[in-house]
Design a protein around this ligand. Structure first.
Ligand code: GLN
Length: 299
């Protein structure tokens, strides 16, 4: 609660995302936090407010794609390096080896990965993805926010151009519109800070459920997701975040950040006012404070 009081006013330093019209309607003052440990969940502030996952979905979808195909196929489609460019940048698609996106945490890479989710139709792929997210969040009622989905579908011209470019370069082998249906749906998954904290805790335990001890996905895939989160999870703010906070994390323009303290805790923060890189202003401040207080820095 202290963190919420202390950092609430900082939301004024950021702005909500407006390029997806439905996100522009959200109040910029929201602030919430949940911390999951093995057998406790602590929440404060707007912990029950729902928001869309947006790019926080990227490491989770990556893990499902790894489970569907294995590592070789994934690394054929996306690289392993950060870009230093904004999340929706296309500039390096034309200049990098085989027109392969640099990593799966930027939009181009995430669109390549969305294409790998197995299923008979986009609807089937989305259903599988939702089922996987529900399982990791230990919450069977997670759903897609249809309004945000529709809003992004209507206005996502930049993502459309990325998908069509990838298709032209044979990185995608299917209809870009079908792939975007999956991508826009994963971005529109609606959840709360506690869902993010729960998912983060499973990553903190290398794929194990904190409730049952069941291995929900292979350990090595949790390691890959966390490595990408450290190097690329906060986009072109990843280096700064690694120095300041020092934990694997993934942000989204809905205002959520999922932070992982390996072996110790899963953290979900929410604050829709974003900095110039698309990361939650109050979210980063709360994560830094927690990292300092509990000595979470992994480096
Ligand atoms: N849906 C958003 C987009 O594709 C996700 C980006 C983000 O959260 N940074 O633009």
């Amino acid at each position: 609660m202290e963190l919420v009081k202390k950092y609430g006013p900082s939301s004024r330093d950021g702005k909500v995302a407006t390029y997806i019209p439905e996100l522009a309607k959200v109040s910029p003052d929201g602030i919430g936090i949940c911390v999951r440990r093995q057998d406790s969940l602590y929440c404060a502030g707007d912990a029950n407010v729902k928001f869309t996952m947006q790019s926080v979905s990227k490491p989770i979808v990556l893990i499902l794609a790894l489970m569907d195909w294995g590592m070789d196929k994934i690394f054929e489609k996306v690289g392993k390096e950060p870009t230093g460019d904004p999340f929706n940048s296309m500039i390096r698609l034309e200049t990098y080896e085989k027109h392969k996106p640099f990593n799966p945490m930027i939009n181009a890479g995430a669109i390549s990965i969305a294409a790998l989710i197995k299923g008979d139709s986009p609807a089937h792929k989305i259903e599988r993805l939702l089922a996987f997210m529900r399982k990791i969040a230990h919450n069977p009622s997670i759903e897609i926010d249809r309004r945000v989905y529709q809003s992004e579908k209507e206005t996502g011209h930049r993502n459309r151009s990325i998908a069509h470019f990838l298709r032209a370069m044979e990185n995608l082998d299917q209809d870009p519109n079908d792939v975007l249906e999956v991508y826009f749906s994963q971005c529109s998954v609606s959840l709360t800070c506690s869902d993010l904290a729960n998912m983060a805790m499973v990553l903190a335990l290398d794929g194990k459920s904190y409730e049952t001890g069941e291995q929900l996905f292979p350990r090595e895939y949790a390691k890959i997701a966390k490595a990408y989160m450290v190097t690329c999870g906060m986009y072109d703010g990843s280096g700064e975040f690694a120095i300041q906070v020092g934990i694997p994390a993934k942000s989204g323009v809905g205002g959520g950040i999922m932070g992982v303290a390996p072996g110790r805790m899963g953290i979900g923060v929410y604050g829709p006012a974003l900095d110039s890189k698309g990361n939650s202003v109050v979210g980063i401040k709360m994560l830094k404070d927690l990292s300092d207080t509990y000595d979470l820095n992994i480096f």
